[in-house]
Design a protein around this ligand. Structure first.
Ligand SMILES: Nc1ncnc2c1ncn2[C@@H]1O[C@H](COP(=O)(O)OP(=O)(O)OP(=O)(O)O)[C@@H](O)[C@H]1O
Length: 791
């Protein structure tokens, strides 16, 4: 950026804002024209197709109504429908970068003239960039979709590699009104002219303005200020596996969401199979789920928390967390063996009706009976296969009939094989149709649900049998007690996040239940909007009806065309298996940060991840810039990183606020011999600190406490209003607040073997203020700085 260009008389700014306003007016006029056109076409079509039927009028009205809704949406939801502009030199035609975008297009020879020691050029092309593409009546682009290859230079050009871009402009608008513009000059040494006038430059750049804004309870898209290293990930070809690592605040979540929108734009047909975004917590899901609609995408993307990932298959959703000691057992890959035995063993338990000990039928006028030993032998024979247990029923039926046929002695009566076969067929039909036989089969080979099998594991004796030589006796006791504390023997009761992966595994071991009923199509969904105006992929992909069907399918889907895993460092081996099943034929994007992992055995998780991804080739990217934390706060977190993961390079914080982190000590909590949090001292101090932080920032305050303190902390903070959020340390993942209050770092660090990494997460949540409140175990010094955070 060049300081001398920054001297901007107010009139230049006004003139530039005015020019953009005129362009935005043109865009809206065009959008209105398109809406009228759409209304006319629909009207006409419905008249011709469905004259006279009452449904026709309703349908048409619904469609016209829908068109109006879309115009409204453009007016209100998209605060900045049009947000960018690039002014370009004349380019060499036909050249593309390695990923197919026009990124590497260099200026044409002669685009820059050298005269009297000066570089001169004329702007050859101006492109406006927005959330959706809009063409004018002559098919010239008024707005380019941000995901189109032609928009890539808006994000990728830098002063070091400007390509054709001379000026990059971020336009801020609200509804139909342009509020301001911010320019970056990418070739400051160049004197460029646009329509015969010198190119104007306004503002201080858009990124810093975006980063300084107050945070609310929902994430904003970053479409106007995506940075070059992020853009590379967003537009990476979707082949196989894209792995992205980066420290806290480097934009991994933002990039993952924008990548989903990009992939859909680029190849909607391919991703009609759905995109799944896996998020660690429901809090992070609700924080991020507004971003895709703001990018013009919603239907084909499912954002799911790990605790609700198996809802479609098992109907189960997590509502609680496990203690770390329990989570470690439930998440371990060793559970696969235990579950395999449990799924089979549960057949013997008479979970629905008592298991019958003998089978008696009447054949050829005589009684035939199988006793307990014979039945056990049949069962063993059936279970020798690998078919899911519930789906083994037909085989169980067949082998029972075999055994009865043998026992009846009928086989010996027929020498002629043809006669024997005929007699056998009659025998099978007679027996298998008998009420008694059917009732026996129901009781002896009941259809089991995953919940029932999980509930059965709450019995310590059974669990010990099923986990012999897999879990240690202490682990068996811990697991059985944890299950029994919440679940009935039938498996009813609240489930934890880690139970969900177990249920999903059990569901594959047991076999799928009947498919859920399809939902009704909402007639208002027949017209989905304007996003398709200029996307070629859409036109190729067929009409709106097709997309409506896709949207519906997306809600019921259990396998996806692309899977994006956010906070991938936290998936347990069992969760990797659950996620892996949803992307067996998918391409993948995996974003994470090993330094923030709360899982205790990274090697075991890495092996499960490798298994989920199979042999697909992988492409790795790294994000290096921390956009969230001001440098003053990042320093503190970096100290914990050095303890948690010695030698790991922290991301570079680009912002500075001049405000250092503050330290406080809980009332009466810093003295030797006192236990942290005993009495009211800690609660009073937490409330005081949170109340003060509320006065210091405009937006949100996140209070992070050890998991076991979540409930009491909520009570301490009640009544402080919606801007304050109380979080257990594991819930803070991925979220951010204007101010963060971290309560007793030592307590958080001591909660599990991965505690230091969990503390690192807590210390990297703030965008403006960070306060650390110590209690006795923190051993604060005279300045209140806890032992763990001292230099
Ligand atoms: N290019 C950008 N322009 C503006 N804001 C950005 C940009 N990149 C990231 N941010 C902002 O920085 C913050 C951190 O981004 P994000 O939550 O995606 O990071 P993350 O890497 O997922 O962090 P964590 O590992 O802590 O979950 C968000 O507020 C995001 O909007």
């Amino acid at each position: 950026m060049n300081a001398q260009h920054r001297a901007e008389p107010e009139t230049v700014r006004d003139r530039e804002v005015d020019a953009e306003q005129q362009h935005l007016d043109r865009v809206y006029r065009r959008l209105e024209e398109k809406i009228h056109e759409a209304e006319f076409l629909m009207d006409d079509a419905s008249k011709r197709a469905q004259v006279g039927t009452p449904g026709a009028l309703a349908e048409r009205d619904a469609q016209v109504f829908r068109a109006g809704v879309h115009l409204n949406r453009l007016n209100s939801e998209f605060e900045d429908f049009l947000f960018g502009r690039i002014d370009l030199l004349e380019g060499k035609t036909g050249e593309r970068g390695p990923d197919g975008a026009y990124t590497s297009v260099e200026p044409a020879e002669g685009a820059i003239r050298h005269e009297g020691g000066q570089q001169l050029a004329d702007i050859a092309e101006t492109l406006h960039i927005g959330r959706l593409g809009v063409l004018d009546a002559d098919y010239a682009p008024l707005v380019i979709d941000w995901r189109a290859p032609a928009a890539a230079p808006f994000y990728r050009s830098t002063p070091v590699a400007p390509g054709r871009v001379v000026r990059r402009r971020v336009i801020r608008s609200k509804g139909r009104r342009v509020l301001s513009v911010e320019d970056d000059l990418l070739r400051p040494e160049l004197k460029a002219r646009l329509d015969g006038e010198e190119l104007a430059v306004v503002g201080d750049g858009a990124l810093m303005a975006a980063l300084g804004q107050a945070r609310s309870h929902t994430m904003r898209d970053i479409v106007a200020s995506i940075q070059a290293e992020q853009d590379e990930v967003i537009r990476a070809p979707a082949a196989s596996v894209t792995e992205v690592e980066g420290g806290p605040g480097t934009g991994k979540t933002a990039v993952a969401l924008h990548r989903a929108a990009y992939l859909l734009y680029q190849d909607r047909r391919r991703y009609a199979g759905g995109i799944l975004i896996v998020s660690p917590t429901p809090l992070l899901v609700s924080y991020t789920e507004g971003v895709l609609p703001s990018l013009g995408e919603e239907g084909q993307v499912a954002i799911r928390a790990l605790g609700s990932l198996a809802e479609e298959t098992t109907g189960a959703e997590a509502t609680t967390y496990d203690e770390q000691s329990v989570a470690r057992i439930k998440g371990s890959a060793r559970m696969v063996k235990v579950l395999r035995k449990a799924a089979r063993g549960a057949l013997d338990l008479g979970l629905r009706t008592p298991v019958p000990e003998r089978l008696r039928v009447v054949a050829f006028g005589a009684r035939v009976e199988l006793d307990a030993g014979e039945l056990a032998a049949v069962r063993q024979q059936v279970l020798a296969g690998t078919t899911p247990v519930n789906l083994m029923r037909p085989r169980a039926r067949k082998l029972l009939l075999d055994a009865l046929w043998e026992k009846s002695g009928a086989r010996r009566r027929y020498e002629d094989p043809e006669l024997a076969a005929e007699a056998r067929q009659g025998f099978d039909e007679d027996i298998a149709g008998e009420e008694e036989f059917l009732a026996f089969l129901d009781a002896w080979w009941p259809e089991l649900t995953p919940r029932q099998a999980l509930g059965a594991m709450a019995d310590e004796g059974l669990l010990a049998r099923w986990s012999r030589r897999v879990l240690r006796p202490g682990e068996v006791r811990t697991l059985a007690r944890a299950l029994a504390a919440r679940l009935t023997p039938q498996g009813e009761g609240p489930l934890s996040v880690h139970d969900i992966a177990l249920l999903d595994e059990l569901r594959t071991l047991l076999g799928a239940p009947a498919r859920p009923k399809k939902r009704e199509v909402d007639p208002l969904d027949q017209l989905t909007g304007l996003e398709e105006l200029t996307t070629a992929a859409d036109r190729n992909g067929g009409g709106r009806r097709e997309r409506t069907a896709e949207r519906q399918a997306a809600q019921e889907r259990t396998e996806y065309a692309h899977v994006i895993v956010d906070e991938a460092q936290d998936l347990t081996p069992m969760q990797w298996r659950m996620v892996g099943r949803r992307g067996r034929h998918a391409t993948w994007t995996i974003v994470g940060d090993p330094a923030q992992s709360s899982w205790t055995d990274p090697d075991e998780a890495a092996a499960a991840r490798d298994e989920a991804l199979g042999k697909r080739p992988r492409r790795r990217f790294e994000l290096t810039v921390n956009y969230r934390n001001p440098a003053e706060l990042a320093v503190l977190a970096d100290r914990v990183l050095a303890l948690a993961m010695p030698g790991v390079e922290p991301p570079r914080a680009v912002r500075s606020t001049g405000v250092e982190p503050s330290f406080a000590v809980a009332a009466g909590g810093a003295h030797e011999g006192e236990r942290a949090g005993e009495g009211a001292g800690l609660g009073v101090s937490v409330r005081e600190s949170a109340a003060r932080l509320l006065t210091e920032v405009e937006g949100t305050v996140g209070v992070v406490v050890a998991m076991r303190r979540r409930e009491e902390a909520r009570a301490w903070l009640s009544g402080l209003g919606e801007r304050v959020v109380t979080l257990g340390s594991l819930e803070a993942k991925g979220l951010e607040y204007d101010a963060a209050l971290v309560v007793s770092p030592a307590e958080i660090a001591d909660e599990s073997p991965a505690g230091l990494r969990v503390l690192y997460v807590a210390l990297t949540r703030a965008t403006q203020r960070l306060e650390v409140l110590s209690a006795a175990p923190d051993l604060p010094d005279e300045d209140g700085v806890p032992d763990l955070l001292r230099d």
